[in-house]
Design a protein around this ligand. Structure first.
Ligand SMILES: Cc1ncc(COP(=O)(O)O)c(C=O)c1O
Length: 385
């Protein structure tokens, strides 16, 4: 393919950090509170309020949030948790860390989120929870999932690492499941460097989560002395720092704009690729408000003269930081070896994986960056047609 005038590398995602963010972190660094401190509570309250959730517990990463949620849901030896194969492996890894078995259910071909019909096919006497993922920022079919959970007495832990600010039937993600987890990794909607949060409506889960984040320490016997604490159940050090939460608070002031900008870029991509029949663009179901953590296109390989790999490499050669999200979790060697999963088990997830390319999308992308990506993608597709 004849090269365009090359722009500098455009990653698939990138944080936005401005002077306001820097000032709020510096202010905390100059204070007495470096690890736990008042900003942690403030950040929890701000995110909970934004999402309409009752309780929030901030932790050191999205993975820690998932792990804590599974632990307080009581996932343990012999339990099965139904989840999607199209996710970052942490979603399934934490189930295993708690002693449970991840049982995958195939995805819906359009939204790429877990298919409630497939969940029903995977239920067993050992199923304890359902762990849907709001893939790329599009909410999963939460009403249908909650209906199954209610019928069968299961807990729903929603992995909304991609979906802060997303809406499902007019309601913000964060209070639509028993527990909802968020990630604040730099490519997400807001960042604290590393960080995560669990949102819940349940006081019982909330109290257990706060204890789990801090080694399982319980201070309930003041008569024993000010130093006294006990461990009733094991926990981890999953604490987040005061200065990370100061960053999170300042990022929250920009969240609506971040989401608006992501949706603007997605709309421009949708418009530009609508005319190319070899490209399938992401859907947004009626009733869903997607927040485009990622913008994933699928290629109709049968209409192209090249494989996904060649198109991917061509875009990378033009400094477009395309990526692929994700190798279906059941195909990772660990999951094949330990749980006996194999190629062919989840045909829709596998078909999606073979055709997917993630294009850059993040608020800091300029209109020129967006037009460059469009131009190069169109050219690469034309070249291999
Ligand atoms: C769907 C999903 N769940 C969980 C995580 C884990 O989040 P973290 O990187 O904050 O640990 C990620 C991270 O990318 C993710 O994409």
């Amino acid at each position: 393919m004849e090269s365009e005038e090359k722009r500098s590398f455009i990653p698939y995602g990138h944080q936005w950090i401005d002077e306001e963010d820097i000032a709020s972190v510096v202010e905390v660094l100059r204070s007495d509170w470096i690890t736990q401190g008042p900003k942690v509570d403030e950040f929890e309250k701000k995110v909970a309020e934004y999402c309409g959730a009752k309780y929030a517990v901030a932790v050191s990463s999205g993975t820690a949030a998932l792990h804590a949620a599974c632990a307080v849901a009581g996932i343990s030896e012999g339990d099965e948790v139904i989840t999607t194969p199209i996710t970052f492996p942490a979603t399934a890894n934490v189930i295993v860390f708690c002693g449970g078995k991840p049982v995958f259910a195939d995805i819906e071909a359009d939204t790429l989120t877990i298919d409630p019909k497939e969940i029903r096919n995977r239920l067993s006497a050992r199923t304890k929870a359902i762990l849907p993922v709001d893939f790329a920022g599009h909410p999963a079919e939460l009403d249908k999932i909650n209906t199954i959970a209610k019928e069968k007495g299961l807990i729903v832990i929603e992995d909304a690492a991609h979906a802060l600010g997303a809406k499902y039937k007019g309601r913000r993600v964060g209070r639509l499941s028993d527990m909802t987890i968020l990630s604040f990794h730099p490519v997400k909607h807001i960042t604290t460097g590393e960080g995560g949060m669990i949102l819940t409506e349940s006081q019982e889960f909330y109290e257990k989560l706060k204890t789990f984040r801090h080694h399982g320490i319980v201070r309930n016997k003041p008569d024993e002395g000010l130093w006294y604490y006990e461990i009733h159940n094991l926990g981890y050090n999953f604490r987040i720092t005061n200065f990370q939460c100061a960053l999170g608070l300042s990022q929250m002031n920009k969240l609506d704009w971040f989401i608006q900008r992501r949706r603007e870029i997605a709309a421009r991509y949708n418009e530009a690729f609508a005319e190319i029949e070899k490209v399938i663009t992401p859907v947004e179901h009626e009733g869903a408000y997607a927040v485009y953590h990622m913008y994933v296109i699928q290629l109709r390989m049968e209409k192209l003269k090249a494989g996904r790999r060649e198109i991917f490499d061509t875009l990378r050669a033009e400094n477009i930081g395309v990526n692929v999200h994700y190798l279906p979790v059941h195909l990772h060697p660990y999951y094949q070896r330990e749980f006996g999963y194999k190629k062919g088990d989840y045909p829709k997830a596998e078909r999606y994986y073979e055709r997917a390319i993630t294009l850059p999308i993040f608020p800091k992308m300029t209109d020129e960056d967006v037009e460059y990506v469009i131009k190069v993608v169109k050219k690469a597709i034309a070249c291999f047609t």
